[in-house]
Design a protein around this ligand. Sequence first.
Ligand code: PSU
Ligand code: MN
Length: 306
Amino acid sequence: MNPFLDVRPEVAAALAAGKAVVALESTVIAHGLPRPQNLETARRMEAAVRGEGAVPATIGLLNGRLVAGLSSDEIALIANTDHVAKVSRRDISAVLESKAPGATTVAATMFIAGEAGIHVFATGGIGGVHRGAEDTFDISADLPELARTPVAVVCSGAKIILDLPRTLELLETLGVPVIGHATNEFPAFYARESGLALDSRVDSADAAARLMATQWGLGLSSGIVFANPPPAGSALPRLDLEKLIESALESAAAAGIQGKRVTPYLLECLAKESRGRTLETNIALLLDNARVAAKIAVSYSALAPR
Ligand code: PSU
Ligand code: MN
């Protein structure tokens, strides 16, 4: 067991008994959603996981420890504290040393989930290749993490503010399976459609679980992306979103936003420009991904060890 990691009792007991556990990230709480919807959504995601018979493990950094299974009060602290550190893989050691609270991105959450022995993780959208990355080199650390850490990430594709074709190309280069969950198309986060076809799909939690067992049974120790489109009732049309994204990108450039601030800034701009509609979609897809991930975790825990 990793000496810096606290796996809280309910999560540890579930893992020891071979029961289903779903990891949840905390950057989406601290930086991805505004207050008070951030805390409400974090709690509703945990409830959605429990509703499918799995144990939620929200992951973050507190008091110099990696924590898998933050308590309700600890989640509230991350949701309501100003300037919580956004922690990706490269930030983990420094933020642990500072003993400050840290909200983990997909990359850091995957690393910690992997150390804890959790194989399924639900989030909104992974990071990826930013538009204009040929100049800025801004490519999320989520992608190389997916190449090296054996955790299945249930998400609505990559965030639509990104360059989605290049994100898919890089995932292919890195050897990361991108599997449609009941879709043939890579979802575009708030939109169900991207125009980008996927080569593989699964139509049930059992099929997803078998694919995980095969991938890791083979010794292919990468992550897996299960791309689940946002629920039809709350998804937004992609072409409407493109206009909003252009103006959000212009505003980010004018404000000189760079590095780790880019993603939260763009998401906030879109929520403002859409008068909260992207926020509603974001919450709906997070809840759905939590449910789907829990079903996959339950199926995976029921597979006989190979
Ligand atoms: N998905 C969301 N909202 C978010 C994020 C994902 O619905 O805020 C976060 C995730 O934590 C992801 C991070 O890992 O944004 C990517 O940030 P960057 O592009 O700086 O790597
Ligand atoms: Mn970045």
